[in-house]
Design a protein around this ligand. Structure first.
Ligand code: OOG
Ligand code: MG
Length: 256
């Protein structure tokens, strides 16, 4: 039996919108990867019809640490809207999330479109600026448990993203130290090398993978390269900061 894309899109969108955990879609629905991306696209259409704007794309499972933590071995991607943007230095409320986690990332700002298979060098040539970033992920599934199809349908757990100061793309990203602190204590430490050896490879993969579903990365879009380390659970009272060597830092605060 084939799955009802619109029904499933409504289920994941309602779960995100009302911060309510749901059972894994895969328990009752056998989805193909293509159908899972269709559910994702349709759930984002619901957000766009509520007035949100598409502003970019995020990559997932581009580091070994993330694959191991979540038990998924394939790279995935999700769609970013302006409704997910959290201001650098801003505050989020736990009430708006199911069970949020945070992970240190780097973000790219594009000044030219990217479409289809490109080399990391070609991908980096479309980069206007890069920034230290934090991603707030919040799987809508109970206990933060999912398989590949579930997580793709759930927009790759996208929930919030925070972008630090944009820097010109003249630093080599192949091995920059990354330290994520909670209330001043380092909780995750890594290197940008954890992202496929160089985050430019994640950007190239984003261009290739989006094209498989007919999408072009547009000039002006933000692309999140993926978590450098595993994610850390959030709780009220925590202030998070991610510092990327040479790029600066970005942070936010969590309240009840
Ligand atoms: C899925 C999203 C993965 C990343 O950076 O690897 C991701 C999840 O872990 O819930 O955002
Ligand atoms: Mg991420």
């Amino acid at each position: 039996m084939s799955v009802d894309i619109f029904d499933l899109a409504q289920i994941v969108d309602d779960a995100a919108h009302t911060a309510t955990a749901i059972a894994q879609l895969s328990e009752k629905n056998e989805m193909t990867l293509e159908e899972a991306y269709q559910v994702q696209a349709s759930s984002i259409d619901r957000r766009l019809s509520r007035g949100e704007k598409r502003v970019g794309m995020k990559m997932g499972f581009t580091s070994r640490a993330k694959m191991v933590q979540m038990g998924v071995d394939d790279m995935i991607w999700g769609r970013l809207t302006d409704g997910m943007l959290v201001e650098d230095g801003g505050t989020i409320s736990m009430a708006k999330y199911v069970h949020p986690r945070v992970e240190p990332e780097v973000a790219f700002l594009l000044n030219a479109p990217l479409s289809g298979p490109v080399t990391p060098m070609q991908a980096m040539a479309a980069v206007e600026a890069m920034a230290p970033a934090l991603e707030i992920i919040d799987s809508r599934y109970e206990a933060f448990k999912f398989n590949l199809y579930d997580v793709v349908a759930d927009n790759a757990s996208s929930s919030g993203f925070v972008i630090g100061p944009w820097c010109p793309p003249d630093m080599d990203l192949d091995n920059l130290g990354v330290v994520m602190e909670c209330n001043g204590r380092p909780v995750q430490i890594g290197s940008t090398a954890a992202i496929l050896g160089h985050p430019g490879r994640s950007l190239a993969a984003a261009s290739r993978m989006a094209a498989e579903y007919g999408e072009t990365l547009e000039a002006g879009w933000v692309v999140m390269a993926g978590g450098v380390t595993e994610a850390t659970p959030l709780a009220a009272g925590i202030s998070v900061r991610n510092t990327v060597e040479g790029l600066g830092s970005v942070g936010f605060h969590v309240e009840a």
